[in-house]
Ligand binder design. Structure first.
Ligand code: CUA
Length: 364
């Protein structure tokens, strides 16, 4: 049935209006923070340049083919009394349309191959090294040499990098294949169990917060496996490292925060670590200086009191981890475990105290 018969005049108007609205909505998504069209690093710049080169060349070819086709269809259309000229081969044309595509492929191929080869270059000597380990469904972030006494500084789901200094990220996986992608800065490369992959070393060019996303389907919560890259000024980056390495001040005795700390140590410390306390679990994300993080749950919610309480109370309501998964993962015997819900083990007041304690550990 045609739309004309299906809809009245006003119905059609509404339909057109809806279409226009949908189109505008789709176009407005072009300003999405995960755009590749607004590069903020040398590596992302290079990809953008290559992309535009290929779009311009293929666009020009597409336009030329359509125009020539339209012209030929009009000029040589069937007309009464006119007989088509029979042509058998044309050497000049044969040579031209062999050489033409070869030149075009060289124009696209050479810069592409140079970019791919450049992506595997070794980082410079003063590059900042970051080791990222992908887990279902969050990111462990390690800075070898930046921790206390030259050890490793560990955090999760939020990378801090300084502006203007080369950053070399290596990728590992703790379970299945994931993929690390920050469209405006770098990516994407898979993190594969049993091997270490290296992203192209990149230098960020603008201070800001950049969205990252796992880009390889890795199970139920794949779409919720996000992260942030915070590009800091050099001073801010140093302050962040120093803040991360300074043990958080102990909460005042008998205070609300102290009760939160003790609930945390009793219930959470076998999975989570907080530098400077006895909590040293490695199963879940490291929560040192958690209060300074922008988001929770691998980048899916703002770091607010309310969201954190919701998260601790019943994580499965926020992130679709099946209730049976903790047991299923434990049966794999690799020490993996999903976060359980705590509404049956902790009182609401205890959950609030833990949330307040975690959020109190900030970096000034
Ligand atoms: Cu991790 Cu998709």
């Amino acid at each position: 049935m045609y739309p004309k018969q299906l809809l009245g005049r006003s119905g059609r108007l509404v339909a057109v209006g809806l279409l226009v609205a949908a189109l505008l909505l789709a176009l407005s998504a072009c300003s999405s923070p995960q755009t590749t069209f607004d590069p903020k690093s040398d590596a992302a710049d290079k990809i953008q340049t290559l992309y535009i080169l290929i779009i311009v060349i293929s666009g020009a070819i597409g336009a030329a083919v359509l125009i020539a086709m339209g012209y030929l269809m009009a000029k040589f259309r069937e007309r009464p009394g006119v007989k088509a000229r029979q042509i058998h081969g044309n050497n000049t044309l044969e040579v031209l349309w062999t050489i033409g595509p070869i030149l075009i492929l060289v124009m696209i191929g050479v810069p592409t191959i140079l970019a791919i080869v450049g992506a595997t270059r070794a980082p410079s000597e003063d590059a900042l090294h970051v080791e990222v380990v992908a887990h279902q469904w969050w990111w462990e972030v390690n800075y070898p040499g930046l921790g206390p006494d030259g050890g490793t500084l560990t955090t999760a789901n939020e990378l801090h990098v300084p502006i203007g200094r080369e950053v070399a990220i290596s990728l590992k996986s703790d379970d299945v294949i994931h993929s690390f992608w920050v469209p405006q800065l770098i990516g994407k490369i898979d993190s594969i169990p049993g091997r270490t992959n290296h992203l192209e070393p990149f230098t960020a060019s603008e201070v800001g917060v950049y969205l990252g996303q796992c880009a390889e389907f890795c199970g139920l919560a794949h779409a919720l496996m996000r992260f942030r890259v915070v590009v800091d000024s050099l001073g801010d980056f140093e302050r962040w490292v120093e803040g991360m390495n300074t043990p958080p001040p102990a909460p005042e005795e008998e205070s609300f925060l102290a009760s939160g700390q003790s609930v945390f140590i009793q219930n959470c410390s076998s999975c989570h670590a907080v530098a400077g306390t006895v909590a040293a679990g490695r199963i879940g994300p490291d929560l040192s200086r958690f209060g300074s993080r922008l988001t929770i749950g691998a980048g899916i919610m703002d770091n607010t009191e309310e969201n954190l309480v919701e998260w601790i109370t019943n994580v499965t309501a926020v992130k679709p981890v099946p209730e049976g998964l903790p047991t299923a993962l434990a049966e794999l015997g690799n020490g993996k475990q999903a976060m359980p819900r705590f509404d049956d083990t902790l009182t609401p007041a205890q959950v609030e105290a833990v949330a307040a304690y975690l959020r109190s550990m900030t970096i000034e």
